[in-house]
Every structure is written in C-alpha cells, then in structure tokens.
Design a protein around this ligand. Structure first.
Ligand SMILES: [Zn+2]
Length: 116
C-alpha cells in the first residue's frame, strides 16, 4: 500500500516534517499556506488500510515543490517556536516553598503562593 502510494507522488515533492498528529499537520500546512507554500499531508489515511490491526502512522507533511524547502524551514521554525510559548499543562513547582502543585491550581496548596 505504501509503495503504491509513493509511486503516485510527484517527484518534485519533498518529505518535510513528521507531525505528531493530524491536527499538528493541518496547523503546519495552514502556516505554510499563509506564506504561499503549498504542502500536503500523507500517511494519516493509511491507518487500517492493510492488516487486521490499524497501523499507527504519523502524518507526514510534504512540500509540493522542493524549491520551497528553505522558506518552509523558516515557517517551521516559527511554527515550533510559537507552539513552545503556549502555556504548559502539567504540575508546577511552587517558587516559594518548592511543593509540587497539580495543573489546574493557580495557588500552592501548601503555602498559598501564586503560580508564576
Ligand atoms: Zn508553596
């Protein structure tokens, strides 16, 4: 199945980025499109196409034109940087007393200090 799919891919296309999930792949494609770079996702529809157990495939973002690699790399850098600035989900450590506080609490359960 995979070989047959790749045979159909235009030879100028370039495998660019392995996304964690379909949502991330779509977001990256939107970011690329904003810079007039054409890209597409391959891989996510392969799940369950062959075999009894659905294969878990990470979606790959492909550039339609491999000449776009350099500007696309810049877009990817910005994309990853902006994603890194999103608020972290998970336990945080109190800056005042060092207690570990569960995500969802803005105030330390032990000393009442606010999360930074
Ligand atoms: Zn505390």
């Amino acid at each position: 199945m995979i070989i047959a799919l790749l045979d159909c891919v235009n030879s100028s296309m370039l495998k660019f980025y392995e996304a964690r999930d379909s949502l991330e792949a779509r977001q990256l494609i939107d970011a690329l499109a904003a810079h007039r770079i054409e890209a597409t996702v391959l891989g996510e529809y392969l799940s369950g196409a062959a075999g009894e157990l659905p294969a878990f495939n990470f979606p790959w973002v492909w550039l339609i034109n491999n000449d776009d690699l350099r500007p696309a790399q810049d877009v990817l850098d910005g994309f990853l940087a902006s994603r890194g600035s999103l608020p972290k989900k998970g336990p945080w450590v109190c800056p005042s007393c060092g207690a570990q506080v569960d995500a969802g609490f803005d105030i330390c359960w032990q000393c009442g200090a606010e999360a930074k």
